[in-house]
Design a protein around this ligand. Structure first.
Ligand code: B12
Length: 236
């Protein structure tokens, strides 16, 4: 068996470098309400664990050539190993990915300080900027200490120049997170000769966490997933 700290370090070495956990008893009401609506089985003695990746390391560690669902498969394998090494919980419940439940990852991430709203619809992390996403969320009955991330306020608040706004060819980026024009983004994205087919100029213009930017290959992969594009088309 390994200590929790060792397990978290092993995940980070594989690029799953964002880790937060908290007892379900402390999770805010709006999130619990969604859990109940989704019929997710939880009790107040469970802890929720949310794991994300920031920057390009995870992509480097994913075996190439890519298999089916390479990111989800990689992340779930790493969590299986973490469970074997650290928790040994035979009733661990995977909530994301590949479950029947829709888990509000951004809301959980905000509460656990992994991210806060940005002007782009994506949440932003103080270290990795817009170059992060949630990879796994699970419930465990093992007692865990509360662990939160460092992002308690959005770096967009103190950004004077807002280069994301000027860089967006669709003028989708406004001055407040809630005003992001998803339909303008989707419409432009699918136009002929769109500059945004494999690239998001607004995201690339953000100076926060620039050193952790995805490689072009990773960026194009995330932008081009068919499930995402199909859903995005609904907003045209
Ligand atoms: C549905 C969805 C979308 C929809 C948005 C629907 C909407 N109403 O606006 C679409 C297809 C547009 C989308 C797009 C993207 N998404 Co999305 N999406 C999701 C998903 C699967 C479910 C959200 C949900 O309904 N949650 C349940 C409700 C109850 O919780 P909620 O917190 O209130 O959810 C709201 C917000 O998450 C918001 N939202 C989600 N994505 C987006 C994107 C934009 C631009 C906006 C304005 C709002 C928004 O809409 C939800 C419903 O109101 C989540 C994964 C998840 N399980 O949360 C990823 C997720 C939110 N998406 C993510 C990403 C990365 C993207 C893309 C960048 C993908 C890409 N590579 O291009 C794009 C960005 C937009 C673009 N310009 O293309 C990440 C965000 C990570 C982060 N840093 O915050 C998530 C968390 C997935 C992950 N594994 O991390 N997405």
């Amino acid at each position: 068996m390994k200590t929790l700290e060792q397990g978290i370090e092993d995940l980070a070495a594989r690029g799953l470098n964002l880790f937060a956990t908290c007892p379900m008893s402390e999770i805010p009401h709006d999130i619990k309400e969604i859990f109940s609506k989704e019929k997710i089985p939880w009790t107040d003695t469970d802890s929720i664990v949310v794991i994300g990746h920031g920057g390009p390391t995870m992509w480097e560690k994913i075996p190439k050539p890519l298999g089916p669902n390479p990111v989800d498969t990689f992340a779930l394998n790493e969590v299986e190993k973490f469970n074997r090494d650290v928790l040994n919980d035979s009733s661990l419940r995977i909530l994301y990915p590949k479950s029947q439940w829709l888990v509000p990852l951004q809301r959980l991430g905000r509460f656990l300080k992994l991210g806060q709203p940005s002007l782009l619809g994506l949440d932003i992390n103080s270290q990795y900027g817009l170059w992060f996403a949630f990879r796994v969320a699970f419930l465990t009955s093992r007692p865990l200490p509360k662990i939160s991330g460092p992002t308690d306020k959005s770096p967009c608040i103190n950004c004077a120049t807002k280069p994301c706004q000027t860089a967006c060819p669709a003028q989708a980026v406004q001055s407040k997170p809630e005003d992001f024009r998803l339909n303008a983004c989707a419409q432009y994205r699918f136009e002929e000769n769109s500059k945004c087919e494999h690239w998001c100029h607004a995201r690339a213009a953000c100076p926060v966490g620039e050193a952790h930017r995805y490689t072009d290959e990773q960026f194009a992969y995330h932008m081009g997933r068919p499930a995402h594009l199909l859903k995005l088309k609904e907003y045209k």
